[in-house]
Design a binder for this molecule. Structure first.
Ligand SMILES: [Zn+2]
Ligand SMILES: [Zn+2]
Length: 358
């Protein structure tokens, strides 16, 4: 359904704006890239020129090193080849932005990844009016509905408190960029010390430098008295599971924080004691409210359950299609587990709820 007047199209390198001659979150090296956020599947090395939201600068540089980066405050616009480009909060991780592109009286918005519920670690999602909205769909099935995050933090704190009282470390695994800082912002620091993996601390530093208040954290190597681990919350990326690094917490209670924990059986398949359903992405009602708030007549779905969402949108009066992207395939964003329900018409959304015996 691509037409000559489309402001953003699919190219082998990534999403492309023909009149502006730039890409959004390209997965192959290009001259000009607008980056929605610093997760590894959206922000890659090798581009000539990067444009991103100002609060993303620290995390982008922490991850990509020496890049040619221009930043814009949220809402500030630049004009490039007659195309007006501005960035608007996406509420996903620090510095995450939706890209608004305006040309010849038309407005398109590419969401990147987004979350509708506000949290303490980044600017809250702002709906932007547009003619065409390019939306993510990581959790684009009706079964995905999040509890209010305070409830999740209460559950995490209760688990940590119980373990600390029993003298067991609490090993909580979640992605080091975004998820870890959000957990830090919500935990009760009176329970015990917080110890973090070396992959988490550089991101904590970037958040603190951007003015996001986080409780103080220590690296494992900075804990002189190993008895301190007994009351500790230990935050680490999922890759530490069953690793030598994790062995020092052999008697720990372990847990995993991800939206995928919403799937029945996910915790058992992960082999952890607890699963906390905490996501940086919009749930199904969040996706629908965000799409509706844009006022867009046309919606292009990326990054997840494209087929199911496109069909649902078409059934409800939108002009809808999808772009094939290479997002969501790296371990630093919320990559679906292999057992996630398949896309497409043959997979009714509610099969995800079934915990089939094997
Ligand atoms: Zn992301
Ligand atoms: Zn993503």
């Amino acid at each position: 359904m691509e037409t000559a007047s489309d402001l953003i199209v699919e190219r082998p390198e990534g999403l492309y704006c023909p009149p502006g001659d730039f890409y959004i979150d390209p997965w192959r090296p290009v001259h000009r890239a607008v980056i929605t956020h610093a997760h590894a599947d959206h922000a890659r090395v090798g581009h000539g020129h990067y444009l991103a939201a100002a609060p993303a600068e620290g995390v982008l540089r922490a991850r990509l090193g020496d890049i040619t980066l221009q930043t814009l405050a949220y809402g500030e616009a630049v004009e490039h080849q007659g195309v007006r480009v501005s960035l608007h909060p996406a509420g996903h991780v620090l510095g995450s932005a939706q890209v608004r592109v305006e040309h010849a009286g038309r407005v398109w918005v590419a969401s990147g990844d987004y979350k509708v519920e506000a949290d303490a670690t980044c600017a809250p999602f702002e709906p932007v009016r547009c003619d065409c909205f390019i939306t993510e769909s990581t959790f684009g099935l009706p079964i995905y509905r999040w509890e209010p995050q305070q409830q999740l933090f209460d559950e995490i704190n209760a688990w940590w408190r119980t373990n600390a009282a029993a003298g067991r470390p609490s090993l909580l695994m979640g992605y080091s960029f975004g998820k870890a800082q959000r957990i830090l912002s919500g935990v009760d620091v009176s329970i015990g010390p917080i110890v973090v993996h070396g992959a988490v601390e550089p991101l904590n530093r970037a958040y603190r430098e951007a003015g996001v208040p986080l409780p103080s954290t220590r690296l494992v190597s900075e804990v002189a008295d190993k008895a301190d681990f007994k009351q500790a919350l230990v935050l680490a990326p999922p890759s530490v599971q069953n690793s030598v690094w994790a062995r020092r917490f052999a008697d720990a209670s372990d847990a995993f924080a991800s939206g995928w924990m919403r799937l029945r059986g996910a915790r058992r398949r992960r082999g952890v004691d607890r699963g906390f359903v905490l996501s940086d992405h919009a749930d199904w009602p969040g996706l629908m409210s965000a799409i509706t708030a844009t006022g867009a007549e046309r919606v292009i779905v990326t990054h997840g359950y494209e087929a199911v969402m496109v069909r649902w949108l078409q059934d409800h009066g939108w002009q809808a299609g999808s772009f094939h992207t290479e997002y969501g395939d790296e371990a630093l964003d919320e990559t679906p587990p292999a057992e996630t329900p398949a896309e497409g018409a043959d997979a009714p959304p509610d099969t995800a709820e079934e915990d089939r015996p094997r």
